[in-house]
Design a protein around this ligand. Structure first.
Ligand code: C2E
Ligand code: MG
Ligand code: MG
Ligand code: MG
Length: 277
């Protein structure tokens, strides 16, 4: 037994895998009650106009306040929620909370466009609550133009006719569409036009290198030029330094998002920031 553990890499690996599976099961158990226990909260990260750094949009980003673990990253629990269909309930929480926030902001005279991340699973489901979003926001006195739906390139690949149809309906209803994490997936550029996309979001991993790596700067410049030629606007993600801001501004980037301007924050902090801006 001891011999096996000491020298056999497989025994070590499978123990590790079992640990992972157990961790996943525990997290899933907690995730099932998180919605009813109101452990989810939306944070909002400002998106600025590059030319004057004024806040013109924000992205809603979910946080899970786990009773023991503290804040759990969406990168950890969203995939789990997608595999188990819990994403549907979570997605509805996100949408209705985002609506309430927009109502509150409008009332204060802050007319931002709000981005929400929508999972591919929400699109592919046979009965999707996406069908009711237009009605829901109309009931709350909002218009679709204030919403940006962020999807990832993966959604376009092998998209079911149902997914295509839903995207078309949403854009016809006036929702704006952004392609998130642009450049990291495998999407065909043809989709950009076909889908009536409004924004591409240049992924942080390109922005990270622009100050030191000529290739990354060239890629950002090319993406911006191409987007503009197709009539799309560009949002750069993960801007952390003044140099990155400057380079992207010079490259003609339209909007910026990143810790350099502001981190994701609770609604009240966003309101304070907007009031003092
Ligand atoms: P994303 O949609 O690409 O969101 C951008 C992520 O980059 C956010 O991480 C944000 O906090 C982070 N970020 C923004 N600026 C900076 C920066 O300057 N430096 C660094 N280091 N990070 C920055 P977050 O909130 O952890 O979300 C991770 C991913 O989880 C999101 O990537 C998105 O794919 C997913 N996600 C988050 N919220 C939701 C949601 O409400 N619904 C769904 N379906 N997915 C979500
Ligand atoms: Mg996003
Ligand atoms: Mg449109
Ligand atoms: Mg992104």
């Amino acid at each position: 037994q001891a011999k096996q553990h000491g020298r056999n890499g497989f025994a070590f690996f499978s123990a590790h895998m079992r640990e992972q599976a157990e961790h996943r099961m525990a997290l899933l158990k907690d995730l099932r009650v998180a919605l009813t226990q109101q452990q989810f909260i939306l944070y909002y990260q400002p998106i600025v106009a590059m030319k004057d750094q004024s806040i013109v949009k924000a992205e809603a980003l979910i946080r899970w306040r786990h009773p023991e673990k503290g804040i759990v990253s969406p990168a950890l629990f969203i995939p789990l929620a997608e595999e188990t269909q819990l994403i549907h309930g979570i997605g509805e929480f996100i949408f209705s909370t985002a609506c309430d926030t927009l109502c509150a902001l409008n009332q204060l005279g802050h007319h931002l466009q709000l981005s929400i991340n929508v999972s591919p699973v929400q699109f592919t489901a046979k009965h999707s609550a996406l069908n009711d979003w237009h009605q829901q926001l109309t009931n709350k006195g909002l218009t679709t133009e204030q919403f940006v739906i962020e999807i990832t390139e993966g959604l376009m690949m092998n998209a079911l006719p149902r997914t295509q149809q839903r995207l078309t309906t949403l854009t016809k209803q006036g929702f704006a569409l952004a392609l998130d994490d642009f450049g990291t997936g495998y999407s065909s550029l043809a989709y950009l036009k076909q889908m009536d996309t409004d924004f591409i979001k240049i992924d942080k991993r390109f922005v990270d290198g622009i100050a030191h790596t000529a290739d990354d700067l060239a890629l950002c410049e090319a993406m911006i030029m191409m987007a503009h030629q197709l009539g799309l606007k560009v949002i750069a993600e993960g801007i952390e330094t003044a140099t990155q801001h400057q380079l992207l501004l010079q490259a003609g980037c339209d909007f910026g998002q990143g810790f350099y301007y502001a981190k994701p924050m609770p609604k009240d902090e966003l309101v304070n920031l907007l009031n003092t801006a």
